[in-house]
Ligand binder design. Structure first.
Ligand SMILES: C[S@@+](CC[C@H](N)C(=O)[O-])C[C@H]1O[C@@H](n2cnc3c(N)ncnc32)[C@H](O)[C@@H]1O
Length: 251
């Protein structure tokens, strides 16, 4: 608890990300990973292997862009930095250990961004129309990885909009779908190899069992189960497992 409180205190974080609860979430993911390290290992190794395979398929060694880089649990950062002249890590929050790892790797850049482009309006209590976030238009990445962040992108804005109490369920559902669709459409506009790693099913909850409502995806390259919370992390008598898949996106 003390380590988490210190990390929360010391991690540089832009105010909007802090207000959206993303710093708290980042610290919580780190703590859960420490508790569930063995259960997460197969999932994380599989993600890293898919990223390296996608890197092998790249024509050039110019730029790799990682969306939702977070704590780099599923990202082979050192290997990417050895293969690409520039590696851009894009997330709302870059934890202290990630900053430390990146320091010794020339060409690695950390961008603190809102990948949905919706926060400014959400924080003013307005319901935005999600669209291309207008990021990285001039980057020309050879490789882009959307790293297990897609299903997470709508959650913080939705929580905030729900708390505001001004929008009905249909409006919020439409917003949820639009955030997901905008991310996928944007990925498809980027050049180079595009790898999407994402949950595709999770246990029924307040938002159903589909993390990607309304989204049309191609057949996956691969799919597997991720034991997110082995018992008794959340439930004393059962594990919480998500279905995860890797997709190569075409234009
Ligand atoms: C489940 S984590 C992804 C795991 C990450 N690849 C790792 O290895 O730690 C989801 C990530 O999405 C990021 N995220 C969520 N919403 C975001 C947004 N609107 N803009 C940028 N990053 C966001 C979170 O900060 C978090 O790092």
């Amino acid at each position: 608890m003390l380590a988490e409180a210190l990390e929360h205190l010391l991690t540089p974080c832009p105010a909007p990300a802090r207000r959206m609860g993303l710093l708290r979430e980042s610290v919580a993911i780190g703590a859960r990973h420490r508790r569930c390290r063995e259960a997460w290992r197969p999932h994380l190794e599989r993600c890293r292997a898919h990223i390296l395979q996608a890197a092998d398929a790249c024509q050039g060694g110019g730029t790799a862009l990682v969306l939702g880089s977070g704590r780099l649990l599923d990202i082979p950062l050192e290997e990417l930095a050895a293969r690409f002249r520039r590696v851009v890590l894009a997330d709302a929050v870059h934890p202290l250990n990630v900053r430390w790892r990146a320091r010794s790797l020339p060409g690695v850049r950390l961008d603190a961004v809102d990948l949905t482009g919706t926060w400014q309006e959400v924080l003013q209590g307005r319901l935005p129309r999600p669209a291309d976030p207008a990021l990285y238009r001039d980057l020309s990445p050879d490789l882009t990885v959307s790293a297990n962040c897609l299903s997470q992108l709508p959650l913080a804005p939705l929580a905030r909009l729900e708390a505001a109490g001004r929008y009905d369920a249909d409006e919020l559902e439409a917003f949820h779908r639009a955030v997901l669709a905008a991310h996928l459409d944007w990925l498809r506009t980027l050049p180079g190899v595009r790898l999407l790693l994402t949950d595709t099913a999770w246990p029924p909850g307040p938002r159903g069992d589909d993390p990607l409502p309304g989204l049309q995806l191609p057949p996956p390259l691969d799919a597997w189960d991720w034991t997110v919370a082995p018992r008794p992390e959340i439930h004393a008598d059962r594990d919480v497992t998500h279905r995860v898949a890797a997709f190569l996106l075409r234009g």
